[in-house]
Design a protein around this ligand. Structure first.
Ligand code: AMP
Length: 175
């Protein structure tokens, strides 16, 4: 069982030139999904974690399973306008233009230790916005865990430069 082999690549989605790394094939494979959850948590065994925080949208699928496995709470960080209550928000830069990520203001308490999760880290912009939201809320970030790293896009280095531990299960070349 190899995690990387269970991920499908769709060329030119959502636009020409992008190699879309499709984790739905991993999610639909019982053994691959189970193994991915175990491997994502492996470095944090024995480390106190109060909450799992997931980045929209595929991060939610992983985050729910991780939170259940750890018996801790789950917090979503969503794109602007999706969360119903009062939010903290952070703008970040995309390849073309800007976007905003939001988190409920009451979702995390000062001093809580959180694990951040998403399916893939590319430029790291989404994760950086999440880190900023969590730090504004007073959270302590135990680490950021991803199934896939695209090292050519530099996201891991960006997040590590923010003094946050990054854990990934496999890498794909290119962007
Ligand atoms: P970034 O903010 O650049 O690190 O982008 C990370 C977010 O965009 C994650 O939520 C990913 O799911 C998504 N993403 C970026 N590039 C890809 C790709 N090549 N294949 C699949 N998802 C991607």
């Amino acid at each position: 069982m190899n995690i990387k082999d269970s991920i499908r690549t769709i060329p030119d989605f959502p636009k020409p030139g992008i190699q879309f790394r499709d984790v739905t094939t991993l999610f639909s494979d019982a053994q691959a999904f189970r193994m991915a959850i175990d491997l994502l948590l492996h470095p944090y065994a024995g480390t106190p974690i109060d909450k799992v925080v997931a980045l929209e949208a595929r991060g939610f699928i992983l985050g729910g399973a991780l939170a259940h496995q750890l018996s801790v709470g789950f917090v979503p960080i969503r794109k602007a306008g999706k969360l119903p209550g009062k939010t903290l928000s952070e703008d970040y830069t995309l390849e073309y233009g800007e976007a905003t990520m939001e988190m409920h203001d009451i979702a995390v308490s000062p001093g809580e230790r959180v694990l951040v999760v998403d399916d893939l880290i590319a430029t790291g912009g989404t994760c950086e916005a999440g880190i900023k939201l969590l730090r504004r809320a007073g959270a302590e970030i135990v680490g950021c865990a991803f199934i896939i790293d695209l090292p050519a896009l530099g996201g891991r280095k960006l997040v590590e430069a923010l003094d946050v531990n990054v854990h990934t299960l496999c890498e794909f070349e290119g962007d």
